[in-house]
Design a protein around this ligand. Structure first.
Ligand code: ACM
Ligand code: ZN
Length: 586
């Protein structure tokens, strides 16, 4: 097994290896090797670095739409057909019209997979460093690559893959994508497939836990598919959610019979409550990996399940760690080291509930992370913070002390060839967000002709006139979200006739998060709330492939006797978002 040139044991002096009884038994790091393939040498190196800081689980997101990464002897087509794709750039490939997989020898083929032999070696090496490798095999969603390789597992096999006939290969293409990435839960062949895959997975990975995904299934075909309808009839339900519950519970029970415990993403908590499915799943056989709202962890704990806390707001290492304009393109969000370090895995939990928290995990999704160097840049130092929380919990040092230690450790890591983020030159939060802004509309009532999204309420009806500007993340509770079509229409009531010389507001964009500038924006002003004078009327061309950016729309002039300021905006497509934080009137 290849080693780093210099041992990383020095880390033990600053960020000690797991102490006698660490605060949490699960101190994890997830690396998504599907969206981008990373060489085995990279994974070995991360084992060294992570072990040095006291991480004891490396969760590999081995399979997803972007490529199947593990050799499966029973189904060679998974790797011959869907471990390579035609384009490395995420936006060009995923968002593009002609998303295709290809064979390894196709011109420009991008991807790769790990042989079982290689994975076995990694498992052994990691074990020698105190790290368990936890494999994840996703189901039933995020499975585009599975149904491209094995179209018979799709609800509508005949509609799915256009296999390019052999000998007529266009650049070696073997298949295009369906519009849904879910396997068919009504098809027995799906269970046979995953069980055969998992038999090989278990043979390679001795981990007590096997992760089976369970997140973000679109279920688009599960109402129209004959097999799905038949399964619903047997279950006595018309609810397609029951099909997800059925699949997860059946696979969990099967894995338990093989002597393994299961981890799944928090979506499966819904399925545990589903009364249509009577497949028993004991609480200690299924652990929930929390990635969305921490409140769901308490729900799972209420049903006696253990949880691993990895909420995106604190643990998603694919988010920007510093001012976006200074950083490589990221998927969105804003998660500086200080915020990771502020994470409390026990937030709002009673002491009884806390007993069910196995631990914490940092997750590195890699849509926009193409190289090992970039992956390290996103992992470190933020994994140091996760490790510290995992080892010491609430007894960890103050932020100031931690930051000083982290700076020293980063210096050493860099000397060892780890491409860590330059914490010493961090810019920090968005300047506009650092102090309140004074203007004439602060405290003014806002009338919503169209509602804001219940998912991004920020501070509710006071958001746009509370004097508080947003940070770099649309999820920071200062940015308010509006979704789909003519979604933004608000009127600020200044309360009395007012002289104005400026109206301005910012919008955020990040195409990876489906956040765009307003396709059209209208700002108008009125004395009586009926007759409006147009101040700004502007259309903005939709930019694709753009990281987090901001744009201010403003009017400057001179008007007297204005009481109402109206802002109307359009987000063109279904599921496209507008985010704004404050309507400034001067
Ligand atoms: C996830 O981020 N979809 C688990
Ligand atoms: Zn189906």
């Amino acid at each position: 097994m290849k080693k780093l040139l210099l041992p990383l044991l020095f880390l033990a002096s600053t960020f000690g290896c797991a102490q006698e009884s660490p605060a949490f038994q699960w101190r994890g790091c997830m690396i998504d090797v599907s969206r981008h393939y990373f060489p085995m040498s990279f994974l070995e190196k991360q084992v060294d670095v992570l072990a040095g800081m006291g991480i004891n689980r490396l969760h590999l997101h081995l399979v997803d739409a972007a490529g199947w990464r593990m050799e499966i002897k029973a189904y060679p087509s998974l790797t011959t057909n869907t471990a390579w794709r035609t384009e490395s750039d995420w936006d060009k490939w995923w968002v593009g019209e002609d998303r295709r997989y290809c064979s390894q020898d196709a011109p420009g083929a991008y991807g790769g997979y790990y042989t079982q032999e290689e994975l076995r070696k990694l498992v052994g090496y990691a074990a020698s460093k105190g790290i368990t490798i936890v494999p994840e095999i996703e189901m039933p969603g995020h499975s585009e690559e599975v149904i491209a390789a094995m179209p018979q597992l799709n609800c509508q096999p005949e509609k799915h893959v256009k296999l390019t006939p052999k000998g007529k290969a266009v650049g070696g293409h073997v298949g295009t994508m369906n519009n849904t990435g879910d396997v068919c839960p009504g098809n027995e062949a799906v269970y046979e497939f995953f069980q055969n895959v998992l038999l090989e997975v278990m043979d390679v990975f001795p981990s007590e836990y096997i992760h089976i995904g369970g997140d973000e299934a679109g279920k688009a075909n599960w109402d129209s598919c004959a097999r799905c309808k038949e399964l619903k009839r047997k279950l006595g339900t018309s609810d397609k959610e029951a099909l997800q519950a059925y699949l997860i519970r059946r696979m969990t029970r099967w894995l338990n019979q093989q002597g393994r415990k299961v981890i799944a993403w928090d979506e499966v908590v819904e399925g545990l409550k589903n009364k249509a499915v009577d497949i028993p799943v004991s609480s200690d056989s299924l652990t929930i990996m929390l990635w969305r709202n921490p409140a769901t962890a308490r729900e799972a704990i209420g049903m006696e399940h253990d949880v691993i806390m990895a909420p995106s707001a604190y643990c998603y290492l694919d988010y920007y760690q510093d001012a976006p304009q200074t950083q490589p393109r990221a998927i969105g969000g804003f998660l500086p080291l200080s915020r990771v370090y502020a994470f409390d895995p026990y937030e709002e939990m009673t002491p009884e509930e806390q007993k069910h928290v196995l631990g914490v995990q940092g997750n590195l999704w890699t849509e926009y992370i193409e190289t090992p160097e970039h992956a390290e840049y996103m992992l470190y130092p933020r994994m140091l913070a996760i490790a510290e929380i995992g080892k010491l919990g609430a007894n960890r040092p103050s932020w100031d002390t931690f930051r000083k230690q982290a700076l020293k450790t980063l210096k050493r890591l860099r000397k060892q060839g780890v491409n860590a983020f330059d914490l010493a030159h961090e810019e920090g939060p968005r300047p506009e967000s650092r102090q309140p802004v004074e203007h004439k509309a602060v405290g003014a009532k806002v009338l919503y002709n169209k509602p804001y999204s219940p998912h991004y309420v920020a501070a509710g009806e006071t958001t746009l006139t509370d004097g508080l500007r947003g940070d770099y993340s649309h999820g920071d509770r200062r940015w308010q979200g509006f979704v789909t079509g003519d979604c933004l229409d608000v009127v600020v009531d200044l309360g009395q006739l007012t002289d104005i010389k400026e109206v301005s507001l910012d919008f955020m964009q990040n195409s990876g998060a489906w956040i765009y500038l307003p396709a059209s924006l209208l700002i108008s002003a009125s004395a009586d709330g009926e007759n409006y004078l147009t101040l700004v009327e502007e259309t903005t061309a939709r930019k694709t492939n753009v990281g987090t950016e901001f744009r201010r729309y403003s009017w400057h002039g001179k008007l007297s006797g204005i009481r109402y300021v109206r802002v109307q905006g359009t987000a063109t497509g279904e599921g496209e978002w507008l985010f704004t934080d404050e309507i400034i009137v001067r």
